[in-house]
Ligand binder design. Structure first.
Ligand SMILES: Cc1ncc(COP(=O)(O)O)c(C=O)c1O
Length: 434
Protein backbone atom coordinates (compact mmCIF):
# COMPACT_ATOMS: atom_id res chain seq x y z
CA UNK A 1 0.00 0.00 0.00
CA UNK A 2 1.23 3.44 -0.89
CA UNK A 3 2.14 5.73 1.99
CA UNK A 4 -0.51 8.47 1.95
CA UNK A 5 1.67 10.79 4.00
CA UNK A 6 3.40 13.23 1.70
CA UNK A 7 7.19 13.11 1.48
CA UNK A 8 7.32 16.82 2.27
CA UNK A 9 5.63 15.97 5.62
CA UNK A 10 8.02 13.08 6.33
CA UNK A 11 6.32 10.26 4.38
CA UNK A 12 8.00 7.93 1.90
CA UNK A 13 8.69 9.47 -1.49
CA UNK A 14 6.87 7.89 -4.43
CA UNK A 15 9.81 7.91 -6.85
CA UNK A 16 13.07 6.82 -5.30
CA UNK A 17 16.48 8.12 -6.35
CA UNK A 18 17.78 6.76 -9.66
CA UNK A 19 14.36 5.81 -11.12
CA UNK A 20 14.22 8.86 -13.41
CA UNK A 21 17.06 8.46 -15.89
CA UNK A 22 19.07 11.46 -16.94
CA UNK A 23 18.75 13.27 -20.24
CA UNK A 24 20.05 12.79 -22.89
CA UNK A 25 20.82 9.07 -23.11
CA UNK A 26 24.37 8.62 -24.43
CA UNK A 27 25.27 5.36 -26.13
CA UNK A 28 28.04 3.84 -28.24
CA UNK A 29 26.98 5.81 -31.35
CA UNK A 30 27.47 9.12 -29.52
CA UNK A 31 30.84 7.98 -28.21
CA UNK A 32 32.00 6.85 -31.66
CA UNK A 33 30.92 10.05 -33.38
CA UNK A 34 32.53 12.30 -30.79
CA UNK A 35 35.76 10.28 -30.58
CA UNK A 36 36.08 10.20 -34.37
CA UNK A 37 35.69 13.96 -34.43
CA UNK A 38 38.34 14.27 -31.74
CA UNK A 39 40.72 12.13 -33.79
CA UNK A 40 40.03 14.25 -36.89
CA UNK A 41 41.96 17.27 -38.14
CA UNK A 42 39.41 20.08 -37.98
CA UNK A 43 37.90 20.97 -34.63
CA UNK A 44 36.22 24.25 -35.49
CA UNK A 45 33.82 24.21 -38.45
CA UNK A 46 34.65 20.68 -39.62
CA UNK A 47 33.18 17.76 -41.61
CA UNK A 48 30.63 16.91 -38.91
CA UNK A 49 29.25 20.46 -39.14
CA UNK A 50 28.69 20.10 -42.88
CA UNK A 51 27.08 16.68 -42.49
CA UNK A 52 24.94 17.80 -39.56
CA UNK A 53 23.50 20.61 -41.69
CA UNK A 54 22.67 18.19 -44.52
CA UNK A 55 21.16 15.59 -42.24
CA UNK A 56 19.08 18.04 -40.21
CA UNK A 57 17.80 19.78 -43.37
CA UNK A 58 16.76 16.39 -44.69
CA UNK A 59 15.16 15.33 -41.41
CA UNK A 60 13.12 18.52 -41.15
CA UNK A 61 12.45 18.98 -44.87
CA UNK A 62 14.28 22.27 -45.42
CA UNK A 63 16.35 23.39 -48.39
CA UNK A 64 19.07 25.17 -46.38
CA UNK A 65 20.42 24.66 -42.86
CA UNK A 66 23.26 26.40 -41.04
CA UNK A 67 24.65 24.94 -37.82
CA UNK A 68 25.10 27.54 -35.08
CA UNK A 69 26.48 27.73 -31.56
CA UNK A 70 22.98 28.40 -30.11
CA UNK A 71 19.31 28.71 -30.89
CA UNK A 72 19.58 32.40 -30.04
CA UNK A 73 22.21 32.83 -32.77
CA UNK A 74 19.83 31.16 -35.24
CA UNK A 75 17.04 33.55 -34.18
CA UNK A 76 19.28 36.58 -34.67
CA UNK A 77 20.26 35.20 -38.07
CA UNK A 78 16.55 35.04 -38.87
CA UNK A 79 16.13 38.74 -38.08
CA UNK A 80 19.12 39.64 -40.28
CA UNK A 81 18.11 37.14 -42.97
CA UNK A 82 14.67 38.75 -43.23
CA UNK A 83 16.45 42.07 -43.80
CA UNK A 84 14.95 43.75 -40.76
CA UNK A 85 16.67 46.90 -39.63
CA UNK A 86 16.89 49.71 -37.15
CA UNK A 87 13.53 50.75 -35.73
CA UNK A 88 11.50 47.97 -37.35
CA UNK A 89 8.84 46.57 -35.03
CA UNK A 90 8.65 42.82 -34.54
CA UNK A 91 5.68 41.08 -32.93
CA UNK A 92 6.54 38.44 -30.32
CA UNK A 93 4.57 36.62 -27.59
CA UNK A 94 4.68 38.08 -24.06
CA UNK A 95 5.65 34.71 -22.62
CA UNK A 96 8.69 32.86 -23.88
CA UNK A 97 12.40 32.45 -23.36
CA UNK A 98 14.08 35.87 -23.12
CA UNK A 99 16.02 35.49 -26.35
CA UNK A 100 12.84 35.00 -28.42
CA UNK A 101 12.58 38.77 -27.90
CA UNK A 102 16.14 39.95 -27.20
CA UNK A 103 17.19 38.61 -30.63
CA UNK A 104 15.06 41.50 -31.96
CA UNK A 105 17.10 44.00 -29.94
CA UNK A 106 20.35 42.45 -31.23
CA UNK A 107 19.44 43.97 -34.58
CA UNK A 108 18.25 47.32 -33.24
CA UNK A 109 14.63 46.39 -33.89
CA UNK A 110 11.78 46.92 -31.43
CA UNK A 111 9.94 44.01 -29.75
CA UNK A 112 6.17 44.46 -29.59
CA UNK A 113 4.55 42.01 -27.22
CA UNK A 114 1.24 40.21 -27.73
CA UNK A 115 -0.51 38.38 -24.91
CA UNK A 116 -0.84 34.60 -25.05
CA UNK A 117 -3.87 32.36 -25.34
CA UNK A 118 -4.40 30.58 -22.01
CA UNK A 119 -5.53 27.33 -23.58
CA UNK A 120 -2.59 26.80 -25.97
CA UNK A 121 -0.01 28.91 -24.05
CA UNK A 122 1.04 30.24 -27.49
CA UNK A 123 0.67 33.76 -28.90
CA UNK A 124 -2.99 34.81 -29.07
CA UNK A 125 -3.52 35.03 -32.82
CA UNK A 126 -6.62 37.16 -32.29
CA UNK A 127 -4.63 39.89 -30.55
CA UNK A 128 -1.89 40.30 -33.15
CA UNK A 129 -3.61 42.67 -35.58
CA UNK A 130 -4.30 45.33 -32.94
CA UNK A 131 -0.50 45.57 -32.36
CA UNK A 132 0.40 46.03 -36.01
CA UNK A 133 1.53 49.54 -37.02
CA UNK A 134 3.13 51.07 -40.09
CA UNK A 135 6.49 50.06 -38.55
CA UNK A 136 5.72 46.36 -38.14
CA UNK A 137 7.88 44.16 -40.34
CA UNK A 138 7.79 40.68 -38.84
CA UNK A 139 6.22 38.20 -36.43
CA UNK A 140 8.23 35.77 -34.34
CA UNK A 141 6.06 32.80 -33.46
CA UNK A 142 7.18 30.51 -30.66
CA UNK A 143 5.91 26.92 -30.72
CA UNK A 144 5.95 26.90 -26.95
CA UNK A 145 6.78 23.66 -25.17
CA UNK A 146 6.41 21.84 -28.48
CA UNK A 147 2.84 22.82 -29.44
CA UNK A 148 2.67 24.40 -32.91
CA UNK A 149 1.16 27.86 -33.26
CA UNK A 150 -1.96 28.17 -35.43
CA UNK A 151 0.12 28.83 -38.54
CA UNK A 152 -2.72 29.28 -41.05
CA UNK A 153 -3.90 32.36 -39.16
CA UNK A 154 -0.31 33.67 -38.76
CA UNK A 155 0.38 33.32 -42.48
CA UNK A 156 -2.92 35.02 -43.31
CA UNK A 157 -2.01 38.02 -41.12
CA UNK A 158 1.54 38.08 -42.51
CA UNK A 159 0.20 38.16 -46.06
CA UNK A 160 -2.33 40.89 -45.29
CA UNK A 161 0.29 43.22 -43.75
CA UNK A 162 3.31 42.07 -45.77
CA UNK A 163 5.21 40.75 -42.76
CA UNK A 164 8.01 38.22 -42.51
CA UNK A 165 7.46 35.21 -40.25
CA UNK A 166 10.26 33.73 -38.14
CA UNK A 167 9.52 30.47 -36.34
CA UNK A 168 11.16 30.00 -32.96
CA UNK A 169 11.12 26.21 -33.07
CA UNK A 170 13.77 25.93 -30.35
CA UNK A 171 11.51 23.64 -28.31
CA UNK A 172 9.53 22.09 -31.11
CA UNK A 173 11.63 19.51 -32.97
CA UNK A 174 9.30 17.21 -34.85
CA UNK A 175 6.08 18.93 -33.74
CA UNK A 176 3.58 19.05 -36.60
CA UNK A 177 0.89 21.45 -37.76
CA UNK A 178 -1.57 19.90 -40.22
CA UNK A 179 0.82 16.99 -40.70
CA UNK A 180 3.86 19.15 -41.55
CA UNK A 181 6.86 19.65 -39.29
CA UNK A 182 7.33 23.10 -37.78
CA UNK A 183 10.20 25.04 -39.29
CA UNK A 184 8.49 24.78 -42.68
CA UNK A 185 5.88 27.52 -42.41
CA UNK A 186 7.68 30.82 -41.89
CA UNK A 187 10.36 32.54 -43.95
CA UNK A 188 12.98 30.93 -41.73
CA UNK A 189 13.26 29.14 -38.38
CA UNK A 190 15.52 28.51 -35.43
CA UNK A 191 16.11 25.30 -33.47
CA UNK A 192 18.07 24.90 -30.24
CA UNK A 193 20.18 21.92 -29.19
CA UNK A 194 20.97 22.96 -25.63
CA UNK A 195 20.93 20.66 -22.61
CA UNK A 196 17.15 20.40 -22.23
CA UNK A 197 16.12 20.25 -25.83
CA UNK A 198 14.66 17.20 -27.60
CA UNK A 199 17.91 17.08 -29.52
CA UNK A 200 20.80 17.91 -27.18
CA UNK A 201 24.33 18.45 -28.42
CA UNK A 202 25.47 20.26 -25.27
CA UNK A 203 24.87 23.68 -26.79
CA UNK A 204 24.09 24.58 -30.38
CA UNK A 205 21.33 25.37 -32.80
CA UNK A 206 20.23 25.26 -36.42
CA UNK A 207 19.02 27.98 -38.73
CA UNK A 208 16.77 26.68 -41.53
CA UNK A 209 15.08 28.25 -44.54
CA UNK A 210 13.96 27.43 -48.07
CA UNK A 211 14.73 30.93 -49.31
CA UNK A 212 18.13 31.43 -50.93
CA UNK A 213 18.26 35.18 -50.35
CA UNK A 214 17.46 34.78 -46.65
CA UNK A 215 20.04 32.00 -46.42
CA UNK A 216 22.77 34.21 -47.94
CA UNK A 217 22.01 37.12 -45.59
CA UNK A 218 21.83 34.91 -42.52
CA UNK A 219 25.11 33.27 -43.51
CA UNK A 220 26.89 36.63 -43.53
CA UNK A 221 25.78 37.42 -40.00
CA UNK A 222 26.79 33.91 -38.94
CA UNK A 223 30.47 34.22 -39.78
CA UNK A 224 32.14 37.65 -39.52
CA UNK A 225 30.12 39.23 -42.34
CA UNK A 226 31.84 36.99 -44.86
CA UNK A 227 30.00 35.59 -47.86
CA UNK A 228 32.02 32.38 -48.08
CA UNK A 229 31.95 29.51 -45.63
CA UNK A 230 35.02 28.27 -43.71
CA UNK A 231 35.58 25.33 -46.10
CA UNK A 232 35.17 27.50 -49.20
CA UNK A 233 37.86 29.62 -50.80
CA UNK A 234 37.62 32.44 -48.27
CA UNK A 235 38.55 35.98 -49.17
CA UNK A 236 38.59 37.01 -45.48
CA UNK A 237 36.52 40.09 -46.23
CA UNK A 238 33.73 41.42 -44.02
CA UNK A 239 30.98 42.52 -46.39
CA UNK A 240 28.59 43.35 -43.57
CA UNK A 241 28.47 43.45 -39.81
CA UNK A 242 28.82 39.84 -38.75
CA UNK A 243 28.93 37.87 -35.53
CA UNK A 244 30.68 34.58 -34.78
CA UNK A 245 27.81 32.15 -34.51
CA UNK A 246 29.54 29.09 -36.01
CA UNK A 247 29.33 25.65 -34.47
CA UNK A 248 32.32 23.39 -33.82
CA UNK A 249 33.00 19.84 -34.99
CA UNK A 250 32.74 18.04 -31.63
CA UNK A 251 29.33 19.50 -30.88
CA UNK A 252 28.11 18.76 -34.39
CA UNK A 253 29.33 15.16 -34.07
CA UNK A 254 27.30 14.74 -30.87
CA UNK A 255 24.32 16.38 -32.59
CA UNK A 256 24.55 14.00 -35.55
CA UNK A 257 24.57 10.96 -33.28
CA UNK A 258 21.57 12.27 -31.32
CA UNK A 259 19.69 13.09 -34.53
CA UNK A 260 19.68 9.37 -35.36
CA UNK A 261 17.59 8.81 -32.24
CA UNK A 262 15.39 11.90 -32.42
CA UNK A 263 12.36 10.15 -33.94
CA UNK A 264 12.48 7.54 -31.20
CA UNK A 265 12.85 10.22 -28.51
CA UNK A 266 9.74 12.00 -29.77
CA UNK A 267 7.76 8.75 -29.90
CA UNK A 268 8.72 8.01 -26.27
CA UNK A 269 7.69 11.52 -25.19
CA UNK A 270 4.31 11.09 -26.90
CA UNK A 271 3.68 7.71 -25.27
CA UNK A 272 4.71 8.94 -21.83
CA UNK A 273 2.65 12.12 -22.12
CA UNK A 274 -0.39 10.00 -23.01
CA UNK A 275 0.03 7.87 -19.89
CA UNK A 276 0.44 10.95 -17.69
CA UNK A 277 -2.58 12.68 -19.23
CA UNK A 278 -4.74 9.60 -18.61
CA UNK A 279 -4.02 9.82 -14.88
CA UNK A 280 -4.11 13.60 -14.52
CA UNK A 281 -7.35 14.16 -16.40
CA UNK A 282 -9.23 12.50 -13.57
CA UNK A 283 -7.90 15.05 -11.06
CA UNK A 284 -9.99 18.13 -10.46
CA UNK A 285 -7.96 21.32 -9.94
CA UNK A 286 -5.42 20.76 -12.69
CA UNK A 287 -5.49 22.42 -16.09
CA UNK A 288 -3.79 20.10 -18.56
CA UNK A 289 -2.08 20.93 -21.86
CA UNK A 290 -4.51 21.40 -24.73
CA UNK A 291 -3.68 20.01 -28.16
CA UNK A 292 -5.82 21.22 -31.09
CA UNK A 293 -6.86 18.45 -33.50
CA UNK A 294 -4.65 19.71 -36.31
CA UNK A 295 -1.49 19.70 -34.16
CA UNK A 296 1.01 17.06 -33.07
CA UNK A 297 2.72 18.06 -29.83
CA UNK A 298 6.29 16.85 -29.31
CA UNK A 299 5.89 17.07 -25.50
CA UNK A 300 9.16 18.93 -25.01
CA UNK A 301 7.76 20.21 -21.73
CA UNK A 302 4.59 18.84 -20.13
CA UNK A 303 3.11 21.93 -18.50
CA UNK A 304 0.29 21.91 -15.96
CA UNK A 305 -1.58 24.89 -14.49
CA UNK A 306 -3.24 24.89 -11.08
CA UNK A 307 -6.87 25.98 -11.18
CA UNK A 308 -6.80 28.61 -8.44
CA UNK A 309 -10.59 29.09 -8.60
CA UNK A 310 -11.08 25.40 -7.86
CA UNK A 311 -8.78 25.61 -4.82
CA UNK A 312 -10.36 28.92 -3.76
CA UNK A 313 -6.95 30.64 -3.74
CA UNK A 314 -7.47 34.38 -4.25
CA UNK A 315 -4.19 35.84 -3.06
CA UNK A 316 -0.62 34.57 -2.89
CA UNK A 317 -1.30 32.31 -5.84
CA UNK A 318 2.41 32.02 -6.62
CA UNK A 319 3.08 30.90 -3.08
CA UNK A 320 0.43 28.19 -3.38
CA UNK A 321 1.89 27.05 -6.72
CA UNK A 322 5.41 27.03 -5.27
CA UNK A 323 4.33 24.90 -2.30
CA UNK A 324 2.48 22.42 -4.52
CA UNK A 325 5.59 22.22 -6.65
CA UNK A 326 7.81 21.62 -3.61
CA UNK A 327 5.53 18.84 -2.46
CA UNK A 328 5.59 17.15 -5.88
CA UNK A 329 9.36 17.52 -6.07
CA UNK A 330 9.64 15.96 -2.62
CA UNK A 331 7.84 12.90 -4.03
CA UNK A 332 10.83 12.51 -6.37
CA UNK A 333 9.42 14.11 -9.53
CA UNK A 334 11.95 16.25 -11.39
CA UNK A 335 9.75 19.22 -12.22
CA UNK A 336 9.91 22.99 -11.94
CA UNK A 337 8.62 26.29 -13.15
CA UNK A 338 9.77 27.30 -16.60
CA UNK A 339 9.68 31.09 -16.23
CA UNK A 340 9.37 33.41 -13.22
CA UNK A 341 8.68 36.52 -15.29
CA UNK A 342 6.68 37.32 -18.36
CA UNK A 343 8.86 39.01 -20.98
CA UNK A 344 7.54 42.60 -20.66
CA UNK A 345 8.30 42.41 -16.92
CA UNK A 346 11.98 41.64 -17.50
CA UNK A 347 14.35 44.51 -16.72
CA UNK A 348 15.90 44.49 -20.17
CA UNK A 349 12.55 45.73 -21.55
CA UNK A 350 11.15 47.64 -18.55
CA UNK A 351 14.34 49.64 -18.09
CA UNK A 352 15.18 49.63 -21.82
CA UNK A 353 18.52 48.19 -20.91
CA UNK A 354 20.04 47.19 -24.22
CA UNK A 355 22.81 49.12 -26.03
CA UNK A 356 22.97 52.01 -23.56
CA UNK A 357 21.49 55.48 -23.84
CA UNK A 358 18.08 53.87 -24.45
CA UNK A 359 19.17 52.39 -27.79
CA UNK A 360 17.47 50.95 -29.86
CA UNK A 361 14.23 52.51 -28.54
CA UNK A 362 15.79 56.01 -28.45
CA UNK A 363 17.21 55.65 -31.94
CA UNK A 364 16.10 58.55 -34.22
CA UNK A 365 15.18 55.96 -36.86
CA UNK A 366 12.47 54.75 -34.52
CA UNK A 367 11.14 58.13 -33.45
CA UNK A 368 8.41 56.72 -31.18
CA UNK A 369 8.25 56.47 -27.44
CA UNK A 370 7.03 53.13 -26.21
CA UNK A 371 7.00 51.74 -22.71
CA UNK A 372 6.35 48.17 -21.70
CA UNK A 373 3.52 47.69 -19.22
CA UNK A 374 3.41 44.14 -17.78
CA UNK A 375 -0.24 44.58 -16.67
CA UNK A 376 -1.23 44.66 -20.34
CA UNK A 377 -0.53 40.91 -20.56
CA UNK A 378 -2.82 39.39 -17.91
CA UNK A 379 -3.12 35.99 -19.57
CA UNK A 380 0.64 35.49 -19.79
CA UNK A 381 0.91 36.59 -16.14
CA UNK A 382 -1.80 34.18 -15.01
CA UNK A 383 -0.10 31.34 -16.85
CA UNK A 384 3.29 32.29 -15.42
CA UNK A 385 1.95 32.41 -11.85
CA UNK A 386 0.07 29.11 -11.95
CA UNK A 387 2.22 26.77 -14.04
CA UNK A 388 4.77 24.09 -13.43
CA UNK A 389 6.15 21.51 -15.82
CA UNK A 390 8.66 18.83 -16.57
CA UNK A 391 10.99 17.60 -19.27
CA UNK A 392 13.28 14.82 -18.01
CA UNK A 393 10.77 12.35 -16.46
CA UNK A 394 8.93 11.94 -19.77
CA UNK A 395 12.05 11.67 -21.90
CA UNK A 396 13.72 8.52 -23.16
CA UNK A 397 14.92 6.19 -21.76
CA UNK A 398 12.20 6.74 -19.14
CA UNK A 399 9.18 4.68 -20.04
CA UNK A 400 5.45 4.55 -19.33
CA UNK A 401 6.09 3.15 -15.84
CA UNK A 402 7.96 6.32 -14.90
CA UNK A 403 5.19 8.45 -16.44
CA UNK A 404 2.70 6.53 -14.29
CA UNK A 405 4.73 7.18 -11.15
CA UNK A 406 4.78 10.89 -11.98
CA UNK A 407 0.99 10.84 -12.28
CA UNK A 408 0.64 8.95 -9.00
CA UNK A 409 2.91 11.48 -7.24
CA UNK A 410 0.92 14.46 -8.47
CA UNK A 411 -2.37 12.79 -7.52
CA UNK A 412 -1.04 12.03 -4.05
CA UNK A 413 -0.22 15.71 -3.46
CA UNK A 414 -3.50 17.06 -4.84
CA UNK A 415 -5.52 14.48 -2.86
CA UNK A 416 -3.76 15.59 0.31
CA UNK A 417 -4.56 19.26 -0.37
CA UNK A 418 -8.21 18.37 -0.90
CA UNK A 419 -8.32 16.26 2.25
CA UNK A 420 -6.76 18.90 4.51
CA UNK A 421 -8.22 21.93 2.72
CA UNK A 422 -5.90 24.35 0.85
CA UNK A 423 -5.53 26.85 3.71
CA UNK A 424 -4.60 24.27 6.34
CA UNK A 425 -2.34 22.52 3.84
CA UNK A 426 -0.43 25.74 3.08
CA UNK A 427 0.05 26.37 6.82
CA UNK A 428 1.39 22.87 7.26
CA UNK A 429 3.91 23.32 4.42
CA UNK A 430 4.95 26.64 5.95
CA UNK A 431 5.60 24.88 9.24
CA UNK A 432 7.90 22.26 7.68
CA UNK A 433 9.75 24.88 5.65
CA UNK A 434 10.50 26.99 8.72
C1 LIG B 1 11.62 29.13 -26.93
C2 LIG B 1 13.11 29.29 -26.92
N1 LIG B 1 13.67 30.18 -27.74
C3 LIG B 1 15.00 30.35 -27.77
C4 LIG B 1 15.84 29.63 -26.96
C5 LIG B 1 17.31 29.87 -27.02
O1 LIG B 1 18.05 28.73 -27.37
P1 LIG B 1 19.59 28.65 -26.94
O2 LIG B 1 19.66 28.43 -25.48
O3 LIG B 1 20.11 27.49 -27.74
O4 LIG B 1 20.21 29.93 -27.37
C6 LIG B 1 15.29 28.69 -26.07
C7 LIG B 1 16.10 27.88 -25.15
O5 LIG B 1 16.89 28.27 -24.38
C8 LIG B 1 13.89 28.53 -26.04
O6 LIG B 1 13.32 27.65 -25.19
Amino acid sequence: MMDKKLAIFGGKKTISEGIIKKWPPVDQTDIEYVLNSLKGDIHSFGPNCKEFEKEFAQWNGNKYAITTNSGTAALHMGIAGCDLSCGDEVIVPAYSWSSSATCILHHNCIPIFVDIDFKTMNIDVNKIEEKITERTRAIIVVHLHGLPVEMDRILEIAKKYNLKVIEDACQAHGAKYKGKKVGNFGDCSAFSFNQNKCLCSGEGGMFVTDNEEIYEKAKMLWSFGETRRPFEDRDYHAYALGWMYRNNDLTAAFGRAQLKKLDWYIEVQKKNAKVLTKILKEIEGLILPYVPENCEHNWYNYTIRLDMDFFGIKKDIRKFRDYVLKAIQAEGVKCGIWQSFILPAMTVFLAKNAYGKGCPWSCPYYGKNINYVPEEYPVAQKHCDTHFGMTEPLRAPNDEKVAELVGISIKKVIDDIKEKGPEKWVNKVEEVLK
